[in-house]
Design a protein around this ligand. Structure first.
Ligand code: ZN
Ligand code: ZN
Length: 422
C-alpha cells in the first residue's frame, strides 16, 4: 500500500490556504506522517507540523533479541528536512482541471482568490513521498529524521514562528538543514550552488516629516513631497554609484503616499522600500547608505524632525554551506546524472528557510528543482521567449507538470537526506 502522490498533489492544489491559515494542509500532512510511523506534533508556530523518526536498525535488532535499549534521545546524525505549505492571494488562471477556485480573507480583511502559485503544494507532496521512501528504506540508514512542515513562508514569518515556539528545544537539534523549491527549470533538472543561493531582503517604511500649510505659501512650510521626490531620486544612486557593478543589489521604492489636495502642502510623506542583497556584508553596507540618504535629504529640506524608518520585514540571505552542498551535489549526480545538475545563479527572491540553520548554527543546503515540461522549455529557449512563455512562481499561470516533477522532488530529497544520515 503506497500513498497516491498525484492525488495528494491535486487535492492540495485544489484546496490552497493562505499563510498561517493552513489548517487543512497541516492536518493532511500530519496524518500521513503519523501513518508512516513518525512522532508528530501539530500547532508549532501556529499551524506548523513537526514529525520525528528516530531510526537505529542495530537497536531494533537488539530489541528483537530482548537486549535492553539504552536511552531514548536522538541517535546518529539529525537531519531536518523542510517543506513550506502556504499559498498566495492570487486568482488562478491556469485553466487546469484541478485549478483552485478558493477564496479567502487576507490579514487586511480583503477577500482574495487563493492559489498555490509558488508550488508549495508540490513541496509538501514531495516531502510526504520522500518520507514514505525513507521509511521503506529504514534498514539502510540510521539517524534521526526531523520533518518540518512550515507555515507562512510567503510572509517570511513561518520559520521564525516555529523557532519562537521552541522548535530547536522541543525536537532533536539538527546537524544539517535541507530544503527544496520547485521553479521554472525543466522538469528533471536540479539547480543548486554553494554560497549565496537567494538574496537577503528588507522591507522598509519611511515617514518623512515636513510642515504643512497653504499651497500658495510654500515659504511657510517644509514640503515633504519635494523631500520625498529628492529622496526617491537620490536612492537610485545607491546601486548605480555606490555598489560595484557585479554585486546584485536592488533598491526599489514600491510605494509613495502624501497629500490630499492641490492647494495643501501636507505634513508628511510615506515611502515603502524593497531592498535585496546577496549576503550579510552587503546588507549592512547598503542599509547604512539608504539610511544616510534618507536622513540627509530630510536635513537638506530643513526638516525639524528626523524621518522615521521602520523595518516591515527582514529575510536573511539563503547561503548554502560549501561542504554540505558539495555532498548534496554528489548525491544528486549519483541519482540523476551530472547533466541534470546545474548552477542556477543567485536568485534575487528571498526565503526564510535559513533561519532554521542560522539559529541552530549548522549548515544549510537549499536547492531548486524544475517543474516545466522540458519540450516547452526547450522550445521557449530556442525562440528566446523564456521570460514571456514560461510562467514563473507567483504568476496566476504557474503550473508545474505533475510528472516527473513529483518523482524528481521525492528522489532529490531522499538522496540528499540519505547523504547526511548514517
Ligand atoms: Zn513564493
Ligand atoms: Zn515559495
Amino acid at each position: 500500500m503506497s500513498i497516491d502522490l498525484e492525488a495528494l498533489y491535486v487535492d492540495l492544489h485544489s484546496n490552497p490556504e493562505l499563510s498561517f491559515q493552513e489548517t487543512r494542509t497541516a492536518g493532511i500532512a500530519a496524518a500521513h506522517l503519523r501513518e508512516l510511523g513518525l512522532d508528530v506534533q501539530e500547532g508549532i508556530g501556529r499551524t506548523g507540523v513537526v514529525g520525528v523518526l528516530t531510526n537505529d536498525p542495530s537497536l531494533r535488532l537488539a530489541d528483537a533479541r530482548s537486549v535492553q535499549a539504552t536511552g531514548s534521545g536522538p541517535r546518529g546524525p539529525v537531519v531536518w528536512v523542510r517543506a513550506d505549505m502556504d499559498a498566495l492571494p492570487v486568482t488562478e488562471e491556469t485553466g487546469l482541471p484541478y485549478a483552485s477556485t478558493a477564496v479567502g480573507v487576507d490579514p487586511d480583511g480583503e477577500t482574495v482568490g487563493i492559489m498555490h502559485a509558488c508550488g508549495h503544494d508540490m513541496h509538501v507532496t514531495a516531502m510526504i513521498g520522500a518520507v514514505e521512501r525513507l521509511v521503506a528504506e529504514r534498514d539502510q540508514w540510521s539517524g534521526t529524521l526531523v520533518v518540518i512542515i512550515q507555515p507562512a513562508e510567503e510572509y517570511g514569518e513561518g520559520a521564525r514562528a516555529m523557532l519562537d515556539d521552541g522548535a530547536l528545544n522541543r525536537f532533536p537539534r539538527p546537524d544539517v538543514v535541507l530544503g527544496q523549491h520547485v521553479g521554472p527549470l525543466p522538469a528533471g533538472v536540479i539547480g543548486v550552488r554553494p554560497g549565496p543561493q537567494m538574496s537577503a531582503s528588507d522591507g522598509l517604511k519611511v515617514v518623512l516629516h515636513g510642515r504643512g500649510g497653504h499651497g500658495s505659501r510654500p515659504e511657510s512650510t517644509i514640503d515633504p513631497i519635494v523631500m520625498a521626490a529628492s529622496t526617491i531620486m537620490r536612492l537610485q544612486t545607491v546601486v548605480s554609484r555606490e555598489v560595484a557593478a557585479g554585486d546584485p543589489v536592488v533598491v526599489t521604492v514600491g510605494s509613495v503616499h502624501s497629500g490630499t489636495k492641490n492647494n495643501i502642502i501636507p505634513a508628511d510623506a510615506t515611502l515603502q522600500l524593497s531592498l535585496r542583497y546577496p549576503d550579510d556584508q552587503q546588507r549592512e553596507k547598503v542599509l547604512e547608505k539608504v539610511h544616510r540618504v534618507i536622513r540627509a535629504e530630510s536635513a537638506a529640506s530643513g526638516a525639524e524632525h528626523e524621518p522615521d524608518i521602520t523595518t516591515l520585514h527582514t529575510l536573511p540571505a539563503t547561503i548554502n554551506d560549501a561542504d554540505a552542498t558539495a555532498r548534496a551535489v554528489a548525491a544528486f549526480h549519483a541519482a540523476f546524472g551530472e547533466q541534470a545538475v546545474i548552477d542556477p545563479g543567485l536568485i534575487t527572491g528571498s526565503e526564510d528557510v535559513s533561519w532554521f540553520a542560522r539559529d541552530a548554527g549548522v549548515p544549510l543546503v537549499f536547492w531548486f528543482w524544475g517543474g516545466v515540461d522540458p519540450q516547452q522549455f526547450a522550445a521557449a529557449t530556442a525562440k528566446g521567449t523564456l521570460d514571456s512563455d514560461i510562467p514563473t512562481n507567483h504568476s496566476p499561470f504557474f503550473a508545474p507538470v505533475i510528472h516527473p516533477t513529483i518523482e524528481v522532488g521525492v528522489t532529490a530529497m531522499v538522496a540528499a537526506a540519505r547523504e547526511f544520515l548514517a
